[in-house]
Design a protein around this ligand. Structure first.
Ligand code: GAR
Length: 200
């Protein structure tokens, strides 16, 4: 891998445990990447606090701060440019990324989803809703998926996917915890795969 470090932005809306696991994996595995931005639609959340504690620049950006969607998208692109971001990693970002940003970062945005896409994806399918749906459908396995982001929710090409068993007596919460544990390895593995592919 080259000496240049790939500059990453984490987009988060909540705890940011996936962002945190990515940050630690980069250090522990010595990956040639660094977070140069943490962007959130919430002014205070676990991800933003973690970023501040680790000297990563933060941006609070919400559609409500702007009169038009175009202005919101332009502000997002401005932040990405200001921090010279190469790749965007969505980590529990529960908003749709504006089309202008998806186009500017074609095949340079990844998302992690807590199910085996293409099943249990799409609008409304986030967080605990996903695990409820998996249990209601009577599935005996679930999992996590890292995929490229395109203009449709949860539809872009899959980069990496891993299965997790559904166990007898599972609640949405117990399944969520098992899947999240899987996510914390899967996302760093996907980032590593991406960085290797990028250098080929
Ligand atoms: C994760 O389980 C992630 O897969 C999910 O939100 C959680 C965020 O947790 N994302 C989605 O449901 C996106 N459709 P985190 O903030 O602790 O990383």
């Amino acid at each position: 891998m080259a000496n240049h470090k790939t500059r990453l932005a984490a987009f988060c809306s909540g705890t940011g445990s996936n962002f945190q696991s990515l940050y630690h994996a980069i250090n522990e595995r010595g990956l040639p990447a660094e977070f140069t931005l943490c962007l959130s639609n919430r002014s205070e959340c676990g991800a933003i606090i973690f970023a501040r504690q680790h000297g990563i620049p933060t941006v609070h950006l919400s559609e409500k701060q702007h009169d038009t969607h175009k202005a919101f998208a332009a502000a997002m692109l401005g932040s990405l440019e200001e921090h010279a971001v190469d790749y965007i990693l969505l980590a529990g970002y529960l908003r749709k990324v504006p089309e202008a940003v998806v186009n500017a970062y074609s095949f340079r945005i990844l998302n992690i989803h807590p199910a085996l896409l293409p099943d249990f994806g799409g609008p409304g399918m986030y967080g605990i809703n996903v695990h409820k749906a998996v249990l209601e459908a009577g599935r005996n396995e679930s999992g996590a998926t890292v995929h490229y982001v395109d203009s449709e929710y949860d539809k872009g090409p899959v980069l990496l996917q891993r299965k997790v068993p559904v166990e007898a007596g599972d609640t949405p919460e117990s399944l969520a915890a098992r899947v999240l544990k899987c996510e914390h390895r899967l996302y760093p593995d996907a980032l590593e795969k991406l960085l290797i592919a990028k250098e080929l």
